[in-house]
Design a protein around this ligand. Structure first.
Ligand SMILES: Cc1ncc(C[n+]2csc(CCOP(=O)(O)OP(=O)(O)O)c2C)c(N)n1
Ligand SMILES: [Mg+2]
Length: 552
């Protein structure tokens, strides 16, 4: 056995699920060892896609993600996806070949590249230490919720492995000696901090909870505490769906918030952020938090208490555990929960209920009409992934999702082009759900390499392209100021034909009636993925985008 094989066996023994990657000479043996040890492998067509698939897979499966790449260009191609993962604190292990010889074409400072984007950089340095170093990389990824580059120098990889031959047994021993504390890592919250939150909740008349990524595992605990304290429930975009079905669910807080949600969050006298940093998106640059409101934050990471909207009081600890502890102490309060408010939330609490003027016409469909039509046609058990761009609010606001496992939002780096790969990773993690990818024409063409991957994996995916023949975000940003727009507008591209060429079914939608083609696919065998090429009306910029431009 060579070291590369021992590394693959060790990572599989740590508990690697599906592995994503693009294989070259520098990651061939390690990838094959993972496969031989039982980890399914998905070959992406571009490392950028592979990295994002592994990120989305990790987010939606709750396991650490694994991606393998060739040295040098394999890693540089993956960097945008890895940056997204690092910013999102996705536990992700990147196995990369490494050319240590400075004159090699493939040589770059791989560790420097990783640290520059917020990932941790580790290396397998010898045959003797290889398995321990793999376990260490796994531990850092899971315990610290980091994206970890594990460099595999070519010279070390090909050396004979002379450690204990039963690699899984060695890994089991190493993990048993000091098991990773898991995701999220448990930490005992301080009694005084819990007590302060109890008091704040007892003093509040209109408490609102906003749950973020760090609360996705804690629905039950948060609902029970909200029940005792009369709190209303909202989420950040990444946790969308967490409280679905609750009569007190306001859906997403921030740019995507309904008028009713914005009104009720602004009216709160106490906002408790659970595993949620309250960034500019979640708070509309702070404007959703009333100046008179107190802000409490509960987070594993003490630093999060001070970032963005700072907390008046904070608890460092796991969201579920803190919620349980607070619920055990807090006096029961009605908050603002009244039958009249419940009726308002029922009537106005979803974007679907907000009236709009349909601007379809001239061979282009209003994106709202398109999205509402799709929402009605597509099965409720779905997992929605959204790319970046002007269009992004329509699917985020108008496609309902069944729970927090129904929405995958890889937008921490605000990169265009990650949407399709996100949908693939999410689909692999949740094969029980219909995967839906919502893309702009710009993002679709940027991530197009993975269309073949969708077909090859046999995913029953619906890919919706909101085609305005432009980088609409830029058009709406600069157009009103009279700037020339030739650099951000494009001639029509026949995306349906491109999709058919790859073996997908395709429907072009220019008016509501064309959605019959989608119904046909839904009611058919769904034996091929479907691309919905929607030519959307693009006269207007979206209101969430106006919000976004304030941050540029
Ligand atoms: C990788 C990357 N390149 C460029 C940008 C700047 N950018 C933001 S939105 C956007 C337009 C995306 O176009 P499209 O996917 O068609 O969506 P639309 O805005 O038209 O709805 C661009 C170029 C970015 N965020 N990320
Ligand atoms: Mg566009």
């Amino acid at each position: 056995m060579i070291v590369a094989e021992a590394v693959g066996r060790a990572l599989a023994a740590c508990g690697a699920g599906t592995v994503f990657g693009v294989v070259g000479s520098g990651n061939f043996h390690v990838t094959n060892a993972l496969v031989a040890s039982g980890s399914p492998f998905v070959a992406a067509r571009h490392e950028g896609g592979a990295a994002t698939m592994a990120d989305a897979y990790a987010r939606m499966s709750g396991r650490a993600g694994v991606v393998t790449v060739h040295q040098g260009p394999g890693l540089t191609n993956a960097m945008t996806g890895l940056t997204e993962a690092a910013k999102s604190r996705t536990p992700l292990i990147v196995l990369a070949g490494e050319a240590t010889e400075a004159r090699s074409n493939f040589h770059i400072d791989q560790a420097g590249l990783a640290t520059a984007v917020g990932a941790a950089a580790l290396r397998v340095t010898s045959a003797r230490a290889a398995v321990e170093q793999v376990v260490e990389a796994y531990r850092v990824a899971v315990e610290e919720r980091r994206t970890v580059l594990l460099n595999l120098p070519l010279g070390v990889q090909s050396a004979a492995y002379d450690g204990p031959q039963d690699v899984p047994a060695l890994v089991a021993r190493l993990l048993a000696a000091e098991p990773p504390s898991g995701f999220p890592a448990a930490k005992e919250p301080a009694g005084s901090e819990v007590g302060a939150l109890v008091q704040a909740l007892e003093a509040a008349r209109r408490p609102v909870f906003i749950a973020g990524r760090g609360a996705r595992h804690a629905r039950r605990e948060l609902e029970e505490l909200a029940e005792r304290t009369g709190a209303l429930l909202a989420t950040s975009a990444v946790a969308k769906g967490l409280f679905r079905g609750s009569p007190w669910d306001l859906d997403v807080s921030g740019g995507f918030a309904t008028p009713l949600a914005a009104e009720l969050i602004r009216a709160a006298d106490l906002v408790v952020a659970w595993g949620c940093a309250l960034n500019m998106w979640t708070t509309r640059h702070g404007s959703l938090i009333s100046p008179g409101a107190r802000v409490a934050k509960v987070d594993l990471d003490a630093a999060a208490l001070k970032t963005h909207v700072p907390a008046d009081l904070g608890v460092v600890g796991d969201v579920a555990e803190v919620a349980r502890k607070v619920a055990a102490q807090v006096a029961v309060r009605p908050g603002c929960r009244t039958p009249a408010l419940a009726a308002r939330i029922r009537a106005e609490g979803r974007w679907r209920a907000v009236p709009y003027e349909d601007e379809s016409g001239g061979g282009r469909i209003d994106p709202r009409t398109l999205t509402i039509g799709l929402d009605e046609l597509l099965p409720a058990e779905r997992i929605v992934s959204v790319d970046s761009g002007n269009f992004m609010g329509y699917p985020s606001m108008l496609l309902d999702v069944p729970d927090e496992g129904g929405f995958c939002f890889t937008q921490a780096f605000q990169s265009v082009g990650l949407g399709l790969a996100t949908a693939i990773g999410a689909a692999v993690a949740r094969p029980d759900r219909l995967p839906v990818a919502a893309l702009g024409d710009g993002g679709a063409l940027m991530g197009l390499a993975e269309l073949e991957t969708v077909v090859r994996l046999g995913l029953p995916m619906v890919i919706v392209v909101y085609d305005d023949e432009a980088y609409g975000a830029e058009v709406h940003h600069f157009g009103p100021h009279g700037h020339p727009l030739d650099t951000v507008t494009f001639p029509p591209a026949d995306l349906a034909a491109i999709a058919r060429g790859h073996g997908l079914a395709a429907v072009t939608v220019t008016r509501a009636e064309d959605l019959a083609g989608v119904a046909g696919w839904v009611n058919g065998p769904r034996d091929r993925p479907l691309l919905v090429h929607a030519k959307v009306a693009g006269e207007r910029g979206s209101w969430w985008l106006e919000e976004a431009f304030k941050g540029h």
